[in-house]
Design a binder for this molecule. Structure first.
Ligand SMILES: [Zn+2]
Length: 395
């Protein structure tokens, strides 16, 4: 779902305003439009608003149609193939059709009010009005709304979306990753990184599949096998994408250190600076893990998205795991997983296999699901942000 349909006109207006305010060249106009949207009826009908609005809006001027008789609510919904969410307190409504929405405020018959399309574009149209308690929609309003919705549906074909999410459970098969052996209350147990990464990845996969039936949610392995790093890269790059589609990559690992006191989660993103040079393991202090992973190539344009994704994941780790485990923050390095890939990617270190407290968390039926929940929430926040912004445009 790339656009959420918001429950009230006010929230739609808010979204519209925040969207516009983030774009400096629109900010003055946005403020004016927001003021206008929040103040229906303040301006005289003949005020030259329509042309000002048209300059900021991708909706063609041809949308404004000739006058026609008013339609009932039922006929309007049928014509637009839309649903109505009505706010009786503010006498405002949102007509939604598919992923698209059109927020309006009622007025007196004959008045013209701003209408917010898809939470971002504004048209000034004859206002819907109440007549003997029933909503009436001016013909010009309905025909303009229909053209706008058709226009947006056409634009959908060019809309940026995340089409696939690849989850890469680190290690597997012959490669156990880090190992930790502990005796707790007289009971010995061994934690292998490859097992915890698979378990969290499978849980994350199930959560994302349920949330995004329209996206491909892929795993580089589903059992105790070892895909070579280059196979993981080939896999990532072989997912077919249309021109307007993007893919994101999440590699899941657990950390290790010679110092058993080292603990906590961290999220790594790719940097564009170092390309295919070996990492100096001594640089990494506590985190031996990263030292094992070779550098990768990365296109600069995806670094910002990777950092954003890392930030959103870290935020959710903090919220979902709280004081259970410390945050080691966001780190930058190059790693070899997604060779020649052109996609935002992060590598998550869940915790330290070599630390007893972390190992207990990662083997706990109570606490382990919190890791996949945190990843899930961080990733969906990133997907929403990406798709709401219309692609890689929020940097
Ligand atoms: Zn690892």
């Amino acid at each position: 779902m790339s656009k959420r349909i918001h429950r009230t006109y006010w929230f739609a207006t808010y979204r519209f305003a925040t969207y516009r305010f983030t774009q400096p060249r629109f900010s003055g106009l946005s403020f004016f439009l927001l003021f206008l949207a929040l103040s229906p009826g303040i301006f005289p009908e003949d005020m030259a608003v329509t042309s000002t609005v048209a300059a900021a809006s991708p909706v063609p001027a041809a949308i404004v149609a000739a006058p026609a008789p008013a339609l009932s609510l039922e006929d309007t919904l049928k014509t637009l193939e839309a649903e109505l969410r009505w706010d009786p307190l503010f006498r405002s409504g949102i007509l939604s059709s598919g992923n698209h929405s059109l927020a309006f405020q009622t007025g007196t018959a004959g008045a013209r009010n701003p209408v917010v399309l898809d939470n971002r574009d504004v048209l000034t149209l004859p206002a819907p009005y109440l007549e003997e308690g029933a909503l009436r929609f001016p013909g010009e309003f309905v025909s303009a709304a229909k053209k706008a919705l058709e226009y947006y549906l056409q634009q959908d074909r060019f809309r940026f979306r995340i089409a696939a999410i690849i989850i890469d459970p680190g290690h597997g098969g012959k490669d156990s990753g880090a190992l930790g052996t502990y005796t707790v209350k007289g009971k010995a147990f061994t934690l292998a990184e490859k097992d915890v990464t698979l378990r969290v990845s499978l849980d994350l996969h199930a959560l994302l599949r349920a949330a995004y039936p329209d996206k491909q949610i892929l795993l580089t392995r589903t059992g105790d096998t070892y895909p070579e790093l280059k196979d993981r890269a080939i896999f990532a790059n072989s997912v077919p994408l249309k021109e307007n589609e993007a893919i994101i990559y999440i590699s899941i690992h657990a950390n290790a250190s010679k110092k058993s006191s080292a603990r906590g989660y961290e999220v790594w993103y790719l940097t564009p600076e170092t390309r295919r040079t070996l990492i100096d393991e001594s640089k990494y202090g506590d985190s031996m893990e990263i030292g094992h992973i070779l550098n990768d190539m990365m296109e600069e344009e995806f670094t910002t998205e990777s950092i954003t994704m890392a930030q959103l994941i870290i935020k959710q780790f903090k919220e979902n795991l709280g004081d259970l485990i410390p945050s080691r923050g966001i780190k930058a390095e190059d790693w070899y997983v997604v060779k020649n890939s052109r996609m935002p990617a992060v590598l998550v270190e869940l915790g330290f296999v070599t630390n007893q407290a972390d190992a207990l968390l990662m083997t706990s039926e109570t606490h382990l699901p919190k890791f996949s929940q945190a990843l899930y929430k961080g990733i969906t926040a990133f997907v929403d942000k990406f798709e709401d912004s219309g692609g890689f445009t929020f940097h």
